[in-house]
Ligand binder design. Sequence first.
Ligand code: GAL
Length: 371
Amino acid sequence: MRIGKIFFYAALCAATLCLTGCGGTDVVPRDNSGTKVGVAMPSQQLLRWNRDGAYLESELRAKEFAVDVAFAGGDAVKQAGQIEEMIAEGCKVLVVSAVDSKALAPVLERAKREGVTVIAYDRLLMGTDAVDYYATFDSYSVGMLQAQTIVDRLGLAEGKGPFYLEFAAGPTEDSNAKVLFAGAMDVLRPYIEQGKLVVRSGERTQEEAAVPGWATLMAEERMKGLLAQYGEGTKIDAVLAANDSIALGVLDALKEAGYGTAGRPLPILTGQDADLPNVHALIAGEQTMSVFKDTRRLALETAKLIEAIVGSHAPEINDTQNFMNGKKVVPAHVLKGTFVDASNYKSVLVDSGYYSTVDIDGTASRALGVK
Ligand code: GAL
């Protein structure tokens, strides 16, 4: 890099830092370094949470908070222990995405007693008043986007049908799975009632269609069982998979049963999270759509919430009505997910810098999707 350029970038950085950190009388000087934030994420096996954890850590460190990040490996008991430890270590704020939305009530009570602020992150914490804020994507509209894709691709609004549809929903212990399913069902119900969509298995509730732990292998098992009921002669036209890890398992079972070969096209298949292996599946024409939840934005909004709380300012809340957790209506900052498919993944995922072209061209590991 030429000296002139270096000077230019240095000057730009100095100016930017000055804008955010020093100067005018109304700028509050930051001193968050004494405040420790505990970040409790549900699992590293589900790709997106690796990114959520990393982005939260970097946004919080950028605001000079001390940060402790823990992943619970999909184990609700382990997660309660991790949170317990965070409280004991003096965390003043907890950011929690629960393995089991109802299982943390006792440990959160302790947090409340000790004056710790609790932020539910993407998954609402249920059955406790020991939760102060909720930072999330709107799961109801994610479910609607998934279902609307099925309606559009099958031409249901134009009266086409009947078609066969099956569900692979999220697990019952995740509060989001229920909300997602409700959003999808509100779009699909009229067509099911008219007989234009036929759920041959009869499994039409979230409980019946739940895939434990959002796990790919469990989803594959479920889909295999469903396919056995369809036999050779009847083709499934659409599968509403609640997220991308589930979509991968569904896809494995479908391919094993001969879908995706000549004369036997793959059904419409939904997802959520825009995980890298699924972006490859979109490009290959094996998955129809996903919903991109820009976790960079959620991490940033969460860090801003925390900064406001610690600085005793009013946090930026945009929903004070919709998130009743059984004990209280939790004030929330809600973001929208973005529909993504083979036609727009470049502008949504690459131009926004979420994935690089190298990510897109390479072979993504199903185990860990962090760069
Ligand atoms: C849900 C979340 C989804 C997905 C899933 C699996 O709570 O809404 O975006 O990530 O967990 O981790």
